[in-house]
Structures are given as structure tokens and as C-alpha cells.
Design a protein around this ligand. Structure first.
Ligand code: 0WD
Length: 256
């Protein structure tokens, strides 16, 4: 019996088998959770259905986190199948590509800033708001994915770093707000991983190489390792942890 046995968990942000969300879904399934997955658009539908099947699930739902109608429809559909919800994994982020290269002041625009914050940060609060009823009184947990660029000025990460800082503060406010109903809220700060989203960041390969050379464990982190940490945070093993950022980055963040 796994440590998530009997839990029902919604995982957003699966775009490929390299997605961090997929690492989360696999780890959570392995630990006995029932999984529901979302896909951003019709192009991803059949791929995500196949991936859900690997988790013994036929629960897949469309979700563009920029759409309130999608969010409402998602939780209505979930409520038809599940009598409650124990976990939500928020593994979604977006900023227009031209925001993620070069000098921050040159690159940032009002529109780019707004989009990055809407899709990458507000959406976490939106999911919490829509899901809180189903999570009420079940010792449930929400987990989001952040990055060191929230607290340090990382070259090229630019407005996404500002949005991640917002996401981390958002996580703390949600933890304070949902704690009284027994729901915990945390973030995993992952080291760089080659995924579709990462491909949009200029010089990402150099980032991976730099981490490998300097980080205490002298290697990059995997989606399996991030997934294991998210599974732990969603489980009762983490029952005393809320409002925290857990670094899963082979130790890179401790370096000066
Ligand atoms: O190095 C990395 N890969 C790190 C990623 C290090 C630390 C943190 N993260 C974060 C990301 O910022 C993000 O919050 O982890 C989360 C997941 O990212 P990922 O697994 O690296 O990326 P990916 O496999 O591309 O999944 C993210 C997906 C999108 O993929 P694309 O490639 O199409 O951008 O988020 C989804 C989308 O499927 N997404 C949306 N889903 C619903 N509504 C939306 C949206 N509006 N926009 C993007």
C-alpha cells in the first residue's frame, strides 16, 4: 500500500512525458492515488488520454487556466465522478517567448508582464478557489512548481522570475487562507529540467551545464525526483508542512 492510497489528486500541466506534471502523476499513481489529468488544448488531448491510461485513469479534462469557464467546468466534471478531492498539482506556466531573452528592462512589456502573472501565478489561486469546496475537511494539499528565479535575478528568466515570486507569495496567502479548513499549500522549487516549457528560455542548455558543474550533487534533477517530492507534500506524511517552498534542485540554491 502506497502513502497516497485512497487519495484523489488532480494534476494539471501534462504536455509531454518530459513534463514535471508527468513525474508527479507517475509518482502519485505509484503511491496509490487515483489521478485525473488536464490538457491545455485539443492537440494534447489524445496524448494526455494515453498518459492517463498509464496511471489506470480515464479521467482527463480540458483546461486552459486563462479561462474561468474552463475552470468552472473542470470542477463540475470532477464533482460528478469524485465525492471529494485530496490534492491539486499546479504545474503550469507561460510567458511570451520574447520576454525570456536578453536584458530584463528591454524585454519586459505591460502585456507580457500581465500574461505571465495571469497564467503562471493567478491560475494557482483560481484553482484553489474553485477546488476548495471539494477539498474541505479532507486534509488535502495543493502543490505548485516554482524556480529559483523567484528569489534571484537569473539571466533570461526575466518576467517569469517576477511571476514566480508572485506565485510563491500567492502560495503563502493560500496556505493562510485554506489552513483552517485543513488544506495545506506548498511549492516545489525544481532545478532546471529539459521540458517543452524550458525550450522557450534562451541559453537553457548553458543553465543545465552550469548547474551540473557547480551544484553539490554535481548533476541535474529529474522529473521523477520532483514528482516524489510533490507526492510527499500531498501525502499525510507532510501533515505538518504548509506555506513552504521545498527545493528539489540537487542543492544548487545553497551556493553563493
Ligand atoms: O526547468 C524547468 N523545466 C522548471 C520548470 C524548473 C522549475 C520550475 N518549473 C515549472 C514551470 O515554470 C511550470 O510552472 O514547472 C512547471 C511545469 O513546467 P514543465 O514541466 O517544465 O513544462 P511543460 O512540460 O512544457 O509543461 C508546462 C505546460 C505547458 O506546456 P507548453 O510547453 O505548451 O507551454 O503548462 C501548460 C502547457 O501544457 N500550460 C497551460 N495549461 C493550461 N492553461 C497553459 C494554460 N493557459 N499554459 C501553459
Amino acid at each position: 500500500m502506497g502513502f497516497l492510497s485512497g487519495k484523489k489528486i488532480l494534476v494539471t500541466g501534462v504536455a509531454s512525458n518530459r513534463s514535471i506534471a508527468w513525474g508527479c502523476a507517475e509518482a502519485m499513481h505509484r503511491e496509490g492515488a487515483e489521478i485525473a489529468l488536464t490538457y491545455q488544448n485539443d492537440k494534447l488531448k489524445s496524448r494526455v488520454e494515453d498518459m492517463a491510461a498509464k496511471c489506470d485513469s480515464n479521467m482527463t479534462f480540458p483546461l486552459d487556466v486563462g479561462s474561468d469557464e474552463d475552470i468552472e467546468a473542470l470542477f463540475a466534471a470532477l464533482a460528478e465522478r469524485w465525492d471529494g478531492l485530496d490534492g491539486i498539482v499546479h504545474s503550469v506556466a507561460f510567458a511570451p517567448r520574447e520576454q525570456l531573452e536578453g536584458d530584463y528592462v528591454d524585454a519586459v512589456t505591460r502585456e507580457g508582464f500581465a500574461t505571465a502573472h495571469d497564467i503562471s501565478s493567478y491560475s494557482f489561486a483560481a484553482l484553489a478557489k474553485a477546488g476548495r469546496g471539494m477539498m474541505q475537511g479532507r486534509n488535502g494539499a495543493l502543490v505548485t512548481m516554482t524556480y529559483l528565479g523567484a528569489v534571484r535575478a537569473v539571466p533570461n528568466y526575466n518576467v517569469m522570475g517576477v511571476a514566480k515570486a508572485s506565485l510563491e507569495a500567492n502560495m503563502r496567502y493560500l496556505a493562510a487562507s485554506l489552513g483552517p479548513q485543513g488544506t495545506r499549500v506548498n511549492a516545489v522549487s525544481a532545478g532546471p529540467i529539459r521540458t517543452l516549457a524550458a525550450a522557450g528560455i534562451s541559453d537553457f542548455r548553458d543553465m543545465l551545464k552550469k548547474v551540473e558543474e557547480r551544484t553539490p550533487l554535481r548533476r541535474n534533477v529529474s522529473i521523477e525526483e520532483v514528482g516524489n517530492a510533490a507526492a510527499f507534500l500531498c501525502s499525510d506524511l507532510a501533515s505538518g508542512i504548509t506555506g513552504d517552498v521545498l527545493y528539489v534542485d540537487t542543492g544548487y540554491h545553497i551556493l553563493g
